[in-house]
Design a protein around this ligand. Structure first.
Ligand code: DGL
Length: 283
């Protein structure tokens, strides 16, 4: 006999990404919302997302969201910047219109608001994948949060896979990061948005190359505040005490996810399930 569905407040928050990078975001959510249960999906079979078209990314986002909805998530968090920039408005509209009415949060707006609040010079930089920069999503979000600020965006093709493969110290990564920082130094920015889930792993390197006076903004903490207030407003915050649990789904190899993922999460990774995503669009 199947067990009864948990009450809405006790259902998990689902977090998803192109692979293991979103674990840098999950880590912050686990710290900020310790009582909640989390379900993380990494689409490792299709990593990297950063060079895909907006149409591809919208399709991937929908396939993942449908899968997580079927697992009764109470909130969907798009940890991936490329997916957030291509698919958030349409995905949100679609998920809110389902019978469960599940909300979807992304990383672009929370990060842009924090950057706007930190920048004294009103010169802000962005490091992100090609897809994210091409979408113009950060330009729009920053225009809304700080109309007087200028944004210098630098696309960093190949950097996310390089960070993933090149651990602990790889000179290809050092050289690439130095090259991507150059236009930001020239623009004299005082705040830099890390517009990709992998970049917090090279934060010390970035800070050294950009200078100690530059504020680096990553999405995790900003997003955690949005998640907490969205749950509160919807009456969906967990009433459990103690630490919640967290589980993993991935579309690629489970052991590869475990090995690389624990470096990104910096917490133990136990339960991982392999999943196949069905095309929601073709259905
Ligand atoms: N999660 C992706 C992002 O934040 C990492 C890079 C990729 O998949 O290309 O954009």
């Amino acid at each position: 006999m199947s067990s009864p569905a948990p009450p809405p407040r006790e259902r998990p928050i689902a977090v998803f990404d192109s692979g293991v990078g979103g674990l840098t975001v999950l880590q912050e959510l686990l710290v900020e919302l310790p009582h909640e249960d989390f379900l993380y999906l990494g689409d490792t079979a299709r990593f990297p997302y950063g060079e895909h078209s907006a149409a591809d990314l919208e399709r991937f986002a929908l396939e993942i969201a449908e899968h997580l909805l079927a697992r009764r998530a109470k909130l969907l968090v798009v940890a991936c910047n490329a997916l957030s920039s291509a698919a958030l408005p349409s995905l949100r509209a679609r998920m809110l219109s389902t019978t469960l009415g599940v909300d979807v949060l992304g990383v672009i707006e929370p990060e842009s608001r924090i950057a706007a609040a930190h920048s004294a010079s009103r010169r802000i930089g962005l490091l992100a994948t090609t897809a994210t920069v091409a979408s113009g999503a950060y330009d729009r979000a920053l225009q809304a949060a700080a109309p007087d600020a200028t944004l210098t965006s630098v696309a960093c093709p190949g950097l996310a896979p390089m960070i993933q493969e090149g651990f602990p110290v790889d000179h290809r990564v050092v050289d690439a990061v130095r090259g991507y920082c150059a236009p930001l130094r020239e623009a004299g920015v005082d705040t830099v948005i890390l517009g990709c889930t992998h970049y917090p792993l090279v934060a010390p390197m970035l800070q050294r190359m950009l200078g100690p006076g530059v504020t680096l903004v990553s999405s995790g903490r900003a997003l955690a505040l949005s998640v907490a207030s969205s749950l509160e407003l919807a009456g969906l915050s967990s009433e459990a005490s103690g630490e919640g649990d967290y589980r993993f789904l991935c579309t690629g190899d489970v052991e590869a996810f475990r090995a690389v993922g624990s470096r990104f999460l910096q917490l133990p990774i136990e339960q991982i399930e392999h999943v196949e995503l069905r095309s929601a669009v073709a259905a």
